[in-house]
Design a binder for this molecule. Structure first.
Ligand code: FNR
Length: 355
């Protein structure tokens, strides 16, 4: 059940922490290396200021958006997070069900702990699928085709984590059950590099993205883009959009805050594709700020897992509702009646804060 006295998503944090074994909590919350990017993500929102616009008529206000032909009641999409049965026995199904109940969307990870088919049937609506490259084209295509057959209706291809670093020992009951066992790693010669000749030999390259684009007519977005030249390349290859993300500060430590990378990418794309944003969103004001900087929608990661760990599907649904309530309140206080009206003119960017 949902605890008393919850007013904002972060109120769930202590409950989730209390319920989870310490090593699982650490795996959820950790960043990479020195946590520089992890910490930069939420702080970046502090230098964006909201300007109240009292006396505005917002009685027609709403948070609806349309993405790839689907109308969503709000722009909060559940980010793909691996192995959700670590947090609750109902795992990914609970999260997907909650997103549906809140008339939103969720994205299922390649590393889900339940079958793609079970998750989509729990959701009762088409979902998005997050694709990780599966060593080669043949294996990747097999997974993509299974996803399409199961009824997923958009593909988010994550490219920022080509080197898999498992920082948690998974219990035998929780596994990436939708994936074939990895092929044995080719043996390296003594002078060869584990990184360049090992891991990166199985990582996707630009020509593989071009190939992937040709394999499906579903909307295809690339997740993990921080450079505006890469954003342009993604769009020029015919993708439908991208996710500006530093993977919640979990891969390359030392990247700028994800939010800092959003404006240049939005201007590089200039409306030729959808720009989604994630990493560091913790409340509805953060969502408003990301949209004001040009994002079309946002993804939220760790906060919904706090809800999942605390109260299963109900907790996730509550987190989504809290984020939406806070977004609505922010809109009302800033005289903003629709998502389209959330523009740069509504915010002030402070330049003396070096973040
Ligand atoms: C992730 N993320 C992630 N991304 C992805 O594309 N596939 C995945 O399997 C995972 N798995 C995963 C596990 C855990 C525990 C975390 C915290 C994150 C990244 C995720 O989709 C998203 O980019 C970040 O979580 C966004 O940052 P916040 O909202 O957590 O700050």
């Amino acid at each position: 059940t949902v605890p008393e006295g919850i007013h904002s998503p972060s109120d769930y944090l202590p409950y989730a922490k209390e319920r989870l074994p310490p090593e699982i909590w650490r795996y959820l919350e950790e960043g990479s290396a020195n946590n520089v990017s992890l910490q930069a993500n939420p702080h970046a929102f502090d230098s964006i200021h909201l300007i109240p616009r009292p006396l505005s008529d917002v009685r027609s206000g709403h948070t609806k958006i349309t993405l790839f032909g689907q109308t969503l009641a709000h722009p909060v999409i559940l980010a793909p997070l691996a192995y959700q049965q670590l947090y609750h026995p109902h795992g990914e199904s609970a999260s997907a069900m909650a997103a549906s109940a809140q008339e939103g969307q969720s994205c299922v990870s390649s590393l889900a702990s339940q079958t793609l088919e079970d998750i989509i049937s729990a959701a009762g609506q088409p979902l998005w699928f997050q694709l990780y490259w599966q060593e080669n084209r043949e294996r990747t295509l097999k997974l993509l085709q299974r996803t399409i057959a199961a009824g997923y209706n958009a593909i988010i291809f994550t490219v920022d984590a080509p080197v898999k670093q498992a920082t948690i020992q998974l219990p035998t009951t929780i596994q990436p059950i939708n994936l074939d066992l990895p092929a044995p790693f080719p043996a390296l010669l003594p002078q060869q590099s584990q990184v360049f000749n090992g891991w990166m030999a199985q990582a996707p390259r630009w020509e593989d993205l071009a190939w992937l684009r040709d394999q499906t007519s579903l909307p295809l977005l690339v997740k993990g883009i921080l450079h505006s030249e890469d954003a342009e390349k993604v769009i020029n290859l015919g993708c439908d959009g991208l996710v500006v993300s530093n993977h919640g500060g979990r891969v390359l430590d030392g990247t700028p805050a994800s939010l800092a990378c959003l404006p240049p990418i939005v201007s590089a794309i200039s409306g030729r594709g959808k720009v989604l944003f994630d990493s560091g969103i913790r409340n509805g004001r953060d969502i408003y700020k990301a949209l004001a900087l040009g994002a079309d929608a946002v993804m939220v990661g760790r906060p919904y897992i706090w809800g999942l760990a605390t109260a299963g599907a109900l907790g996730v649904a509550h987190i989504i509702r809290l984020l939406r309530d806070e977004l609505e309140l922010t809109m009302a206080l800033t005289g903003t009646a629709s998502i389209q009206e959330i523009t740069q003119e509504k915010i002030q960017i402070s330049r003396n804060q070096n973040r």
